[in-house]
Design a protein around this ligand. Structure first.
Ligand code: E4P
Length: 236
């Protein structure tokens, strides 16, 4: 699966999807808000349906905006009805550590066949429990883990071993990327997916020395082969 794009912007998705290099998209309420994407429920619904259509059948994560148990289930059903490739993001627990979120995750996956991405997790143990509840994706916020002074790579390795050993279906999404290096580092450690910010994905592609090399090829092409082509065509 490798690379997902972590964005709420349609133009980012179009740009990288056209290149064929993303395998899914993750969004969250903060990314939407920061991108200035706000609107009525119907406008947001149209927006997400458009996003899902753009990348289908690749998965798109849409996060619930409430921590009330009934409301989370209502929103999850609604989001999942918008497109087959939408999965629903639920945080591991509530803002005060309330535990009913995993009950919601289990219900959605087991009874309603809705794919869930359990999010905002900072440790392998949280991800393991979410995977036990039936989550299809477990999002480990690796950048935040590193910011707390722990090494996310250790958590990814531990988690991958446990998921494989217990044959749990959850895929690890290494999230909250902070550096370009994170992508290959975290995939190498065993993450199934790294969700990457658009500017970091661009940074993975563009290299100053590649630029210089491309400039050399074009310059010499102009002087050699292209000069001949142009003179034959009578344009010089
Ligand atoms: C992942 O799905 C999240 O959207 C995101 O990576 C969180 O990143 P942050 O730590 O920068 O908020």
């Amino acid at each position: 699966m490798a690379i997902f794009l972590d964005t709420a912007k349609i133009e980012d998705i179009q740009k990288f999807h056209r290149m064929g290099i993303i395998r899914g998209v993750t969004s969250n309420p903060t990314l939407l808000y920061q991108a200035g994407i706000v609107g009525t429920f119907d406008e947001m619904k149209k927006y997400f349906i458009h996003m899902a259509e753009l990348i289908q059948p690749l998965p798109l994560s849409v996060e619930v905006t409430s921590n009330d148990q009934e409301e989370m289930i209502r929103q999850a059903k609604e989001f999942a009805s918008w497109a087959k490739n939408i999965n629903v993001k639920i945080t591991i627990h509530g803002p005060q550590g309330e535990l009913h979120n995993l009950e919601v995750v289990h219900h959605l996956e087991k009874d309603l066949n809705i794919r869930v991405n359990v999010t905002a997790m900072m440790s392998a143990q949280q991800c393991l429990v979410a995977a036990m509840a039936g989550a299809s994706f477990v999002s480990l916020f690796c950048g935040r883990v590193n910011n707390m002074g722990y090494n996310a790579i250790d958590e990814i390795k531990k988690l991958r071993r446990l998921l494989d050993e217990f044959q749990l279906k959850a895929k690890i999404i290494a999230a909250s990327t902070r550096e370009i290096l994170n992508v290959v580092e975290w995939l190498g450690a065993g993450a199934h997916i790294v969700t990457v910010l658009p500017n970091l994905l661009e940074g993975m592609i563009v290299h100053p020395y590649s630029k210089e090399t491309v400039q050399m090829f074009l310059r010499d092409g102009e002087r050699g082969l292209m000069a001949d082509v142009k003179s034959k065509a009578g344009t010089v």
